[in-house]
Design a protein around this ligand. Structure first.
Ligand code: IVH
Length: 700
């Protein structure tokens, strides 16, 4: 018992501390989910042992104290918090309480609104005779801060209510959420990063920080939005006691739209929209708790497509007359519950930062984390991209960090948990490659660091792994470990070696056996038939992913044509620009790559693309033999010859009577020109070479 009392006291301390960081300083140290967990633990202790509950327990009030920056505002109708439900059982428990408190109400048919719980800052807006007079934050629920001047800059907040939706109560309080849309938030942060000013961890902090400005002109530059979701005070009382009609019998929708004050939450939303407030388009009315869960799951599925951050769904009893019957606890109304989605942010220990070497030699730092369950999957590793990112995030091994995994997005380390006390030293980028011990170099003006040793084993492993990967040659059974083993055994040094593997030799390897060896060799053999586009991906040419590879393979039709293609022919393919074209030419002209390519061809890999149009190479030179002599402006000798070959022609070194034409450049060879003359072979001046290539005809 004394342990429990001590824990309760500790939890109160912690909650007060984090409340302050969240509400007053806009600098939360821990993710919301961790905070919720603290509150839940304290609630559980206090529920089980009411004698341990204290009057001033944070479970009995919300938020933080005013900061003195702004004038205080008292909320005549308190701005309460919401109870949370994290799963179906907790939602059912909420419904059971409704059933107990509302005898005679047909619960399975009860109308409930489901509204996205947008993650921003709760705001109270006061209108007197339809005119905006004041905006106040929630503060501790009873006293908030006057942020009128700042909120007046938000375009979504009407300064006058639409006359057509009146007449309005003399004194009308509208509650809602000031938030920042996802796109606006990212753009704001991008600009802040570019200007070297403060960035925000998430849209909520960004909205809160923007509201807490002394100068409204600053707030005006921030892309803030507003959603109205509730009617607060109506002429001195909560709406449900302010004389609104409750519509039909409890749980039945009212017929027709009542005026102010409305009798139902759904009517309130409609009236607010008519009055000129933005109202979430994703708010719906459902019947019964079973339908609530389905709706929550639906919103959860779409949460990353909504364009704003949601952390759950707020479920409210639609009939406001029932709100009065249900009342509230000291902290939250009983007529509503917040169904919270699984957290996408958690804290965990950053054990270390290591560096991995990719197939191009790029050294990528990554976080080694104490594994933690985030958004349904366990995260143990997360990329940190490059040296600058590690510095910008200021994450240090040995510290707690916030890990975020939003939807399908790859897990990310957001930043350190900013705790008091001494921090461990900052991490420094290693100077040597963890694989080959060669130097790691970062070129001036670049953000990436590279191991430039082409023989680095890590690079070799990654090249082969990439070659065999799903989007490339799709060879099953060739993951990192297996490739490491094959390279370690000296059986493989480059991708071409895969096609020389012997099943008998493989079967003798550790963790292999006859069946696996047979399967692997079979899978490798099978991959020989993959189309050219996959081979291009597998080769790991810079900038050449599946889409570009298909465009190139489709346009040229064969590896042979591609290898011979000049830069401009490559660059003229739809979706391929000069950068990709340069990278491809650099790859195909590299002698080491040529050796591997020649071997792959000899080993019998398919080098064509089924269904290719091949229309990047108009075969204007088909069947023609064109000799080049002297230098052609814009071409090296080799390029001029290639231009002919790619178009289906031949470019031998000597003139014969079969020669179609001799292209005569600057300082031509005397023997070739005189032989052309003797044999009656037409000559073409160098400046008309392009025309010859283009048309396949002798220029007139
Ligand atoms: S109703 C007493 N509706 O969630 C109930 N709240 O802890 C008042 N929130 O601070 C809240 N969307 O800032 C309500 N559609 C919505 C909401 C919503 C977001 C926020 C609000 C409040 C917190 C609940």
């Amino acid at each position: 018992m004394t342990d429990l009392a001590a824990r309760a006291a500790e939890l109160r301390q912690l909650i007060e501390y984090h409340n302050r960081r969240y509400y007053e300083l806009d600098e939360p140290e821990i993710p919301d989910a961790d905070f919720d967990a603290l509150v839940r633990e304290l609630c559980q202790i206090e529920d089980a042992h009411p004698e341990l509950a204290t009057e001033d327990s944070p479970t009995r009030h919300v938020g933080g104290a005013p900061t003195q920056l702004f004038a205080e505002v008292r909320h005549r109708v308190p701005m309460m918090s919401l109870d949370n439900a994290f799963d179906q059982a907790e939602l059912d428990a909420w419904a059971e309480r409704l059933a107990r408190l509302l005898p005679g109400v047909d619960l399975p048919d009860l109308a409930l609104t489901c509204e996205p719980k947008v993650d921003g800052v709760a705001m109270s807006l006061t209108y007197v005779d339809g005119r905006f007079v004041r905006a106040a934050t929630r503060g501790n629920g009873v006293t908030g801060e006057d942020v009128t001047a700042n909120v007046a800059t938000i375009a979504d907040v009407p300064h006058r209510l639409a006359p057509s939706a009146g007449p309005y109560p003399h004194h009308l309080e509208v509650r809602g959420e000031v938030y920042m849309g996802a796109a606006a938030f990212h753009e704001l942060n991008r600009r802040a990063a570019a200007e070297g000013t403060r960035t925000f961890a998430n849209p909520r902090n960004s909205a809160a920080g923007s509201l807490r400005q002394k100068d409204p002109a600053v707030t005006a530059t921030r892309p803030l939005s507003f959603w109205a979701y509730q009617i607060g005070e109506v002429d001195g009382a909560p709406p449900e006691t302010a004389g609104g009609s409750a519509g039909g019998p409890a749980g039945e929708p009212a017929g027709g739209l009542a005026g102010w004050p409305p009798g139902r939450q759904s009517e309130a939303l409609e009236l607010l929209a008519k009055a000129g407030f933005p109202v979430s388009p994703d708010a719906v009315v459902v019947r019964g708790v079973a339908a609530v869960l389905a709706r929550c799951r639906e919103v959860e599925q779409r949460r990353h497509d909504l364009g704003y951050e949601v952390d759950g769904v707020v479920v409210k009893v639609d009939d406001l007359a029932l709100h009065a019957r249900l009342g509230a606890t000291s902290r939250a109304p009983r007529w509503a519950v917040a169904f919270k989605f699984p957290p996408e942010e958690r804290t965990t220990l950053l054990r270390d930062i290591e560096v991995s070497i990719g197939r191009t030699g790029r050294a990528t730092p990554f976080a080694v984390l104490e594994p933690v369950l985030v958004a349904g999957s366990t995260v143990g590793l997360a990329t940190l991209h490059n040296e600058d990112q590690v510095r910008a995030k200021d994450v240090r091994p040995g510290e707690q960090v916030i890990v975020r995994k939003a939807g399908d997005v790859i897990p990310e380390v957001v930043g350190p948990v900013r705790a008091k006390g001494r921090r461990p030293p900052p991490w420094t980028f290693p100077t040597t490659c963890p694989s080959c011990r060669g130097p790691l170099t970062r070129l001036p003006g670049e953000s990436d660091t590279y191991c430039t040793n082409i023989d680095c084993p890590a690079q070799r492993v990654q090249r082969v792994v990439h070659f065999a990967s799903r989007a490339a040659m799709d060879i099953e059974g060739l993951g990192d470990e297996r490739v490491l083993q094959l390279i370690g055994e000296g059986l493989v040094t480059d991708p071409a070696d895969l096609y020389t593997l012997d099943a008998g030799r493989l079967a003798a390897l550790e963790r292999m056996g006859v069946v696996s060896a047979g399967n692997l060799v079979g899978a490798i053999e099978f991959s020989k038939e993959r189309p050219l586009s996959r081979l291009l991906v597998a080769l790991g040419i810079r900038h050449v992913g599946p889409t570009v590879a298909r465009a190139l393979a489709g346009a040229f039709g064969s590896l042979e044509a591609l290898r011979a293609a000049p830069v401009d022919a490559l660059a003229s393919v739809e979706g391929v620009g000069p950068v990709i074209a340069d990278a491809a030419v650099a790859f195909f002209t590299n002698p080491a790559n040529q050796v591997v390519l020649d071997r792959l061809v000899r080993l019998g890999l398919s080098t064509t693309e089924p269904g290719a149009t091949g229309d990047a190479v108009r075969r204007t030179m088909a069947g023609k033999s064109v000799v080049v002599t002297g230098s052609v402006p814009g071409y090296t000798r080799e390029e001029a010859e290639l231009a002919i070959v790619v178009r289906g022609g031949k470019s031998p070194g000597t003139v014969s009577k079969k020669t179609f034409a001799v292209v005569v450049g600057e300082s031509p060879g005397a023997s070739k020109t005189s032989k052309a003359e003797a044999l009656g072979v037409p000559t073409v001046p160098a400046e008309r070479f392009d025309e010859l290539l283009e048309t396949g005809e002798l220029p007139a």
